[in-house]
Design a protein around this ligand. Structure first.
Ligand code: NAD
Length: 254
């Protein structure tokens, strides 16, 4: 293992990597020697542009994770393209606003879609990855949760926090249950990170609403999250298994 390329030889599936945090993760992993599998839902051009930026080091796979079998299709196609997968970063996610005043049908649809994309798709990928990892001497799972899953969330986006809490709990179960199979599972819980998701919120509620309770006064940059993901994939890091990494500028200290 080279120090400049600590992730050499690893193939890592990164969901939702056509933009935002996912694209930064794919770039960083590639810079450290890994081959990212760039998954996208709708932004095929973004995925192609990213692959170009990586000098062609990677594979592209499309799948709609809002469909119940989307994650299984993604896993099948990714494995067929890559031959072997060493790690999965469940990064794809949505944040839907729905008020308690909404019609029951809209309320229920919002909760179901949020759980489908943010949690069920990730759980399905974990299932497939665990079976694959057990047959191949191990692997790693990194689940992109959120501070919202730790401390609770705002009235208008309660499904988001609930999906992320579930993802943290799933990560802990995997860490406890599959560590002996060589599987390392960790969750990352960012506060606000400067991406489209955050810019949408700032456009609607103002910057102060996002950073007012962050002691360092700023959102995280996507590169900070990407650097952490790369670190957590280093073969030298095994005892991190089961941990939830807070990346929130001190806005939630536990
Ligand atoms: P983003 O909106 O820029 O990216 C989300 C990604 O998920 C996109 O690549 C998108 O294509 C993918 N995705 C969404 N719905 C999909 C679907 N149905 N099928 C396939 N792919 C789909 O957001 P981001 O800020 O980069 O978020 C990445 C992850 O980080 C998410 O899980 C998010 O919840 C989490 N997160 C973000 C912040 C933040 O402030 N930006 C904070 C905490 C956690």
């Amino acid at each position: 293992m080279s120090h400049a390329q600590p992730l050499a030889g690893q193939t890592v599936l990164v969901t939702g990597s056509s933009g935002g945090i996912g694209a930064s993760i794919a770039e960083r992993l590639s810079a450290e020697g890994a081959r990212p599998i760039i998954h996208y839902g709708r932004d095929g051009r973004g995925a192609e542009a990213l692959l170009g930026k990586l000098g062609g080091n990677g594979l592209i796979v499309q799948a709609d994770l809002s469909s119940p079998d989307g994650a299984f299709t993604l896993w099948r196609d990714a494995l067929a393209a890559a031959g072997r997968i060493d790690a999965v970063a469940n990064n794809a996610g949505i944040r839907t606003e729905i008020s308690v005043d909404a019609d029951p049908a809209d309320w229920r649809a919002a909760w179901q879609k949020e759980f489908q994309v943010n949690f069920f798709a990730a759980a399905d990928l974990c299932k497939e990855a665990l079976v694959h990892f057990r047959q191949n001497g191990g692997g790693r799972i990194i689940n992109m949760a959120s501070r919202a899953g730790q401390r609770g969330y705002t009235a208008d986006a309660m499904p988001y926090g609930a999906t992320k809490a579930a993802l943290i709990n799933l990560t802990k179960s995997i860490a406890r249950s599959f560590g002996r199979d060589g599987v390392i599972a960790v969750a990352i819980a960012p506060g606000w990170v400067r991406t489209d998701m955050a810019e949408d919120f700032v456009a609607k509620y103002g910057k102060e609403a996002a950073v007012g309770d962050i002691p360092i006064g700023e959102m995280a940059e996507t590169e900070e999250i990407a650097e952490l993901v790369a670190f957590l994939l280093r073969p030298s890091q095994a005892s991190v298994n089961g941990a939830t990494f807070d990346v929130n500028g001190g806005s939630y200290i536990r």
